[in-house]
Design a protein around this ligand. Structure first.
Ligand SMILES: Nc1ncnc2c1ncn2[C@@H]1O[C@H](COP(=O)(O)OP(=O)(O)OP(=O)(O)O)[C@@H](O)[C@H]1O
Ligand SMILES: [Mg+2]
Length: 364
């Protein structure tokens, strides 16, 4: 029933636009994999290639243990859920759900049983007699999901299925969808440009940019060990701070010179950096929640900066800090801070990421 999905060196261009630029992905059977990236990075095109709605210029698409490049969509045994649910407006919910089975000439009693099962699973049994226009956005989305799962396809393909919902319903539905996928254990490829959604839902995330997979890993690794500057600054809210710094050697230590402050690395970090560095500059990356703000100087303090603005978020606050003409962001527990006040900013070495200034790849 279920199946893995494998993409090997997929390329697709539209005239001069390279939409997919050598994508290889191994999606294990039963996994929930999210394609995450900015607008235009090739997510939908990749999904449509898997569905068979688009054919790649080169590369292989595997579902289970066969290549499906030459199979028409209907023979691939995949179900796609789109952003706009595309329900049949003139049909009741019951008939919308039954439709894919009717098309496949499933027997009437069997259809009835499966419609009721799926409606039960999705909590829409009380809506079966309504038309789509008599449903809320979340209810319509559940019907669309129901229509996809009722066939019990080998693979679900979902393209921003929650993006038409309001913020609260979206949070609710993303948890529901994840629970449903765990229950059905159907291999799922899910497209979004929302990093929080990706972190929350995925077994593995493929971060894409400009038609290429930048990193393919579990959410924890993507967050804590971003492989390059793009991934580091795409993930997180606010994203990772990136400070450009020149490097200078002092004995067995490397000093990162950011202009407005400098930071001396331990001999261990220095050694790794010098061994792998390809340029004389680096990006020093620190997540906002890893910055330590104090009014008095403490051992971890690295530089003094000025509070530019403070945004309260309930349990925490986001503090914008000015160093020279740059703004960096810190997440801190509520502190009595005023605009213009000077505070010490620091971090622990184990919480920083250093990226090569030229290749933008993670060094340490
Ligand atoms: N049918 C098409 N004809 C021409 N160009 C296309 C076509 N489909 C996609 N493209 C281009 O290919 C690139 C990738 O598009 P794609 O729709 O895959 O991006 P996406 O990651 O899904 O973006 P979004 O988040 O905005 O939906 C874009 O530059 C887009 O303009
Ligand atoms: Mg898209």
């Amino acid at each position: 029933m279920m199946a893995s999905v494998r993409l090997k060196e997929l390329y697709k261009r539209f005239d001069k636009v390279v939409a997919i630029d050598g994508v290889s992905l191994d999606i294990p059977d039963g996994d929930f994999v999210v394609l995450l990236g900015p607008s235009g990075c090739g997510k939908t095109t990749t999904l449509r290639c898997i569905a068979g709605l688009e054919s790649p210029d080169s590369g292989e698409i595997w579902i289970g243990d066969s290549i499906v490049n030459d199979l028409p969509p209907k023979d691939r045994d995949v179900a796609m859920v789109f952003q706009n649910y595309a329900l049949y407006p003139h049909m009741k919910v019951y008939d919308n759900l039954a439709f894919p089975l009717k098309m496949r000439k499933v027997e009437k009693n069997e259809i009835d049983r499966r419609v009721k099962d799926v409606a039960d699973l999705l909590g829409i049994s009380h809506l079966l007699d309504r038309k789509p226009r008599q449903l809320s956005g979340g209810e319509q989305q559940r019907v669309a999901l129901g229509r996809a799962i009722i066939r019990r396809p080998r693979v679900f393909l979902m393209d921003e299925p929650l993006s038409n919902l309001d913020a609260k319903l979206r949070l609710f539905m993303r948890a529901e969808l994840k629970r449903l996928q765990r229950e059905l254990k159907t291999t799922t490829v899910y497209v979004t440009h929302d990093q929080a959604e990706a972190l929350a839902m995925a077994d593995k995330i493929a971060v894409m940019n400009k038609g290429k997979v930048q990193q393919y890993d579990d959410p924890n690794a993507i967050y804590n060990n971003p492989a390059n500057v793009f991934v580091a600054t795409f993930i997180g809210s606010p994203p990772m701070n990136m400070i450009r710094a020149a490097i200078r050697q002092e004995g067995s230590n490397v000093v990162l010179d950011a202009g407005s402050f400098s930071y001396t690395l331990s001999p261990e970090y220095s050694e790794v950096l010098l061994r792998n560095l390809q340029s004389s500059e680096v990006f020093l990356g620190v997540r906002p929640e890893r910055l330590i703000l104090t009014v008095e100087k403490v051992p971890s303090s690295v530089f003094l900066s000025e509070v530019y603005v403070v945004e309260h978020q309930g349990a925490n606050m986001v503090v914008d800090l000015k160093i020279d003409s740059e703004i960096i962001k810190a997440i801190a527990p509520p502190l009595p801070l005023n605009i213009g006040q000077r505070v010490w900013v620091g971090f622990d070495e184990e919480n920083i990421h250093i990226y090569d200034g030229k290749t933008e790849k993670l060094i340490v």
